[in-house]
Design a binder for this molecule. Structure first.
Ligand SMILES: [Zn+2]
Length: 336
């Protein structure tokens, strides 16, 4: 029997303003959000609606949402959750997709030597040291670095350089296109902006879901009309930058061994895969006994880092699908 763990997506269609007096004590005084999906009978948290409508509708819903997200320059919002217990074994098995023609990759790519990215043919990322230790004390900056090194070094086509960029919160400002703590909205500092641990109330404010572990926002370049561009005609939105948040309300750990704890490295490796243009792959299988009752056992097939949810076991090594999908994006880099 198969069941599904669907990816959530949200749309941010109105301004979100947070103000604060210091970088370490974010006290939002204004949080505004609206959704314009009422006409489609969709809320921010529309996972259940999508599940009920089945696979084909799910794809079209994602396409609709991705279109509307243009208003904020966001090409996609990806949310990584703990897999939930299936409540209906008759549900379709659905792999969340964002691109109908190429479902294991995201619908956007970085362009090497893109003038809008300062003609770089490498990729850059920053981590925010100030936010790199979780509330429960897991110092993670080295883990974040290590997980980018995994993507850099452990594929068969490691000809794209993913370089850490010097960064200081005090001098560079918050590297977030979504949150601006009292400052003007910040443009991209690096291709990948790893914000680190973000307070759970901000996840709540964006209705990202109570059991969300992390979220990756992907921003596309837009033309003067506000439409996403595809200047090299590869059928992909030209990626501007990405932004990753980790939910500071999660019981993070460095091994995921304690029941209920979540391995930071596993989640980071998955989210950074999205920042590199990988989509989800793998199907979630639930086991049912002779009475049709869920046994409590969940497995993905095939097992890989880009499985769409966390089911309790650390995955720090790239599997075959991870490698091959990465190579689809980067085997020819920096050429087309
Ligand atoms: Zn994901």
């Amino acid at each position: 029997m198969k069941t599904i763990k669907s990816m959530l997506a949200i749309a941010i269609t109105a301004g979100i303003a947070f103000t604060s007096c210091s970088t370490n004590e974010e006290q939002p005084t204004t949080v505004e959000q609206t959704a314009n999906y009422s006409k489609k009978n969709l809320k921010f948290n529309f996972n259940t609606n999508i599940v009920a409508k089945g696979a084909n509708t799910q794809l079209s819903v994602f396409q609709e949402i991705n279109k509307d997200l243009k208003g904020y320059g966001i090409a996609q919002v990806e949310i990584y959750n703990v897999a939930s217990t299936p409540d209906d074994k008759n549900k379709l098995t659905v792999i969340p997709v964002v691109d109908a023609s190429d479902e294991y990759r995201t619908g956007f790519r970085f362009i090497p030597n893109d003038a809008r990215r300062d003609n770089r043919d490498n990729l850059t990322y920053v981590t925010v040291s100030d936010f790199a230790t979780s509330a429960n004390g897991i110092a993670s900056e080295q883990i974040f670095d290590d997980m980018y090194r995994v993507w850099q070094n452990e594929t068969n086509c490691n000809n794209v350089s993913i370089d850490k960029q010097n960064f200081s919160l005090a001098t560079d400002g918050l590297p977030s296109s979504i949150l601006s703590f009292g400052d003007a909205p910040q443009g991209p500092i690096a291709d990948h902006n790893v914000l680190g641990y973000i307070p759970p109330f901000l996840f709540d404010a964006l209705d990202l879901g109570a059991n969300t572990l992390a979220v990756n926002f992907s921003f596309g370049f837009r033309d003067e009309d506000g439409n996403f561009t595809d200047i090299n005609g590869d059928g992909k939105i030209d990626l501007s930058h990405t932004e990753t948040w980790f939910n500071d309300g999660v019981n993070w750990s460095t091994d995921g061994a304690e029941p209920g704890s979540v391995d930071v490295a596993t989640v980071a490796l998955h989210e950074f895969g999205h920042s590199l243009g990988l989509g989800h792959s793998g199907v979630l299988l639930a086991s049912f006994d002779g009475n049709g009752d869920f046994t409590g056992e969940l497995n993905f097939t095939p097992v890989n880092v880009m499985n769409p949810s966390y089911i309790g076991n650390p995955k720090r090594d790239l599997a075959g699908d991870d490698n091959s999908i990465f190579c689809e994006n980067f085997s020819a880099w920096p050429y087309y």
